[in-house]
Design a protein around this ligand. Structure first.
Ligand code: ZEM
Length: 292
């Protein structure tokens, strides 16, 4: 046929996005923070988690698809207090890379932060689509309440489809960051190295004596020795519950096991509610200190 193809027959090449490049750009702004222990990493992890942790496996609603936290009322849910800071920090990266959805960007920011702070490689799959209106917002009350105990924690995480082992692994992310009185009302970091992803949440939880903090704020614990570290009632529940506690002990002893379980559970969290065929390319990003 002379090799002539009608223009319309030329298959449209889907625009490929260089996600490693966007990962590197996020890595570049992680330390663009001169107050919060010097890192945006922890709040990026919290953003990715709160975007995804609204999933309900029965109604198949919620989850990171849609990036509905951009809209009121979800942006104003008490649990999401302070996350505007993280969304605004990521906005210049969205402007530079308009082809990535907000929902992919937020989940990628969580993965980048964990890896760059020394955590495990988290397999990541793109393809989340942004919702265009607030009608898709998740209802309030789907994220865990820090003042509550084991049965509440199980209600919340079983609704997403996690088991006890995965719950304990996920909360190990509290090695990172801190509580802010103007966000959650609680105060202080869980560990002495809040910008390093380690198993120290578990070693601190088991290794210190925790006493109730005497203050006007919400009930929380501080370590008796220095008073500088904290635990939420929900964190203490992991140590007190007979089915959670064995995992706390295992992760405190074995950081490799924790890294492996955390990577799998965090990947699963970011996939909740995303339509997949099973044919998608899975990305494993290079940490910036390995890519040069
Ligand atoms: Zn958190 N988390 N979280 N969490 N979280 C806070 C901060 C951070 C709970 C919770 O109430 C709170 C998971 C599970 C649970 C992070 C990651 C993950 C804060 C403090 C509270 C109150 C917010 C503030 O004041 O800034 C409860 C009750 C949980 C389950 C029982 C899971 C799962 C996470 C990720 C996998 C991170 C990284 C932070 C630190 C944020 C920052 O800005 O430093």
């Amino acid at each position: 046929n002379g090799g002539i193809l009608e223009k319309t027959q030329v298959p449209l090449k889907p625009k490929t996005i260089d996600y490693q490049k966007i990962y590197n750009q996020i890595a570049d702004i992680l330390e663009d923070n001169d107050w919060d222990d010097g890192s945006n990493g922890p709040v990026f992890v919290r953003l990715a988690w709160h975007a995804a942790g609204t999933y309900d496996k029965v109604s198949k609603t919620g989850g990171s698809n849609g990036a509905t936290m951009r809209f009121s009322p979800e942006s104003d849910h008490g649990a999401n207090a302070g996350l505007k800071f993280a969304r605004d920090k990521l906005e210049p990266i969205k402007q530079k890379n308009p082809e990535i959805s907000y929902s992919d960007l937020w989940s990628l920011a969580g993965v980048t932060a964990i890896q760059e702070m020394g955590g495990p490689t988290i397999p990541w799959i793109p393809g989340r689509k942004d919702a265009d209106a607030a009608t898709a917002c998740s209802p309030d009350g789907r994220l865990p309440d820090a003042t509550k105990g084991p049965s509440h924690i199980r209600d919340i995480f079983y609704r997403m489809g996690f088991d006890d082992r995965e719950i304990v692994a996920l909360v190990g992310a509290h090695a990172l960051g801190r509580c802010h009185p103007d966000r959650s009302g609680f105060d202080g970091p869980w560990t002495a190295s809040p910008t390093m992803f380690t198993n120290s949440f578990f070693t601190e939880l088991l290794g210190r004596k925790w006493v109730e903090k005497k203050w006007k704020g919400p009930k929380q614990y501080i370590d008796k020795e220095t008073g500088e570290l904290m635990m939420l009632p929900a964190d203490m529940a992991l140590m007190q519950d007979k089915n959670f506690r064995p995992w706390v002990e295992k992760y405190a002893k074995d950081d490799e096991l924790f890294f492996k379980d955390f990577a799998a559970a965090f990947h699963k969290l970011l996939e909740l509610g995303i339509p997949r065929t099973g044919e998608e390319k899975v990305y494993h990003f290079k940490k910036t200190d390995e890519s040069s």
